[in-house]
Write a protein that binds this ligand. Structure first.
Ligand SMILES: [Fe+2]
Ligand SMILES: [Fe+2]
Length: 193
């Protein structure tokens, strides 16, 4: 079960299909960023034993996803290039509290919500894409399972380190912040925007 507070507007799928190559480029950067988030947490919290293997595994899987999306870019003839991040992640990270251990809890839950949104959108694209690009649709069907698992894993890690009522309350608040971050829009079509 994904713990999102609002579903994606169906208009996003139409927009995404109209700008598929740019969306795919954005997606490649997001997979790399997802690996970076897990690695950053490994370096920031070496004393939290419970985090180590799950985060190492997530980082590895996200790097494989990055390579898989790069292969799709090559197949579609889209050059890989730098892309300015959309405003979504910045808006969402602004909701993370600065003091430990609140910062750790919020960072795990924000990561969980980003994974959930990725999973939701990969499912929407996987359903819409077969008519456009069946091989990309097949990859997205595969990836959405992994992102659903990552979502559950980040929530599980939060529950391993913090009391359940605190996790639930914070997850609800951050899920609203996530929906607001999406609703505020983006200047260009983005995977999260
Ligand atoms: Fe991924
Ligand atoms: Fe993921």
């Amino acid at each position: 079960m994904l713990r999102l507070s609002a579903p994606t507007d169906p208009a996003w799928v139409t927009q995404a299909l109209d700008h598929l190559d740019e969306l795919l480029l954005d997606h490649a950067h997001l997979e790399k960023k997802a690996a970076g988030t897990a690695v950053t947490l490994l370096f920031r919290y070496p004393e939290r034993r419970v985090l180590q293997e799950p985060l190492a595994r997530i980082a590895r899987e996200e790097l494989v996803h990055f390579e898989q999306v790069l292969a799709q870019l090559d197949r579609r003839g889209v050059p890989f290039r730098p892309l300015r991040p959309g405003p979504y992640a910045g808006r969402l990270h602004a909701a993370i509290r600065g003091q430990e251990p609140d910062r750790l809890l919020d960072t795990l839950l924000v990561a969980a919500l980003i994974e959930a949104r990725s999973c939701e959108r990969l499912a929407l694209l996987a359903a819409a894409l077969p008519a456009v690009d069946e091989r990309l649709a097949a990859l997205y069907r595969e990836l959405l399972e992994a992102e659903a698992r990552h979502h559950g894993e980040y929530v599980r890690l939060a529950l391993a380190l913090f009391a359940e009522p605190e996790v639930r309350t914070r997850l609800q608040a951050l899920a609203r912040a996530e929906a607001d971050a999406l609703a505020a829009g983006a200047p260009a079509p983005r995977f999260h925007g």
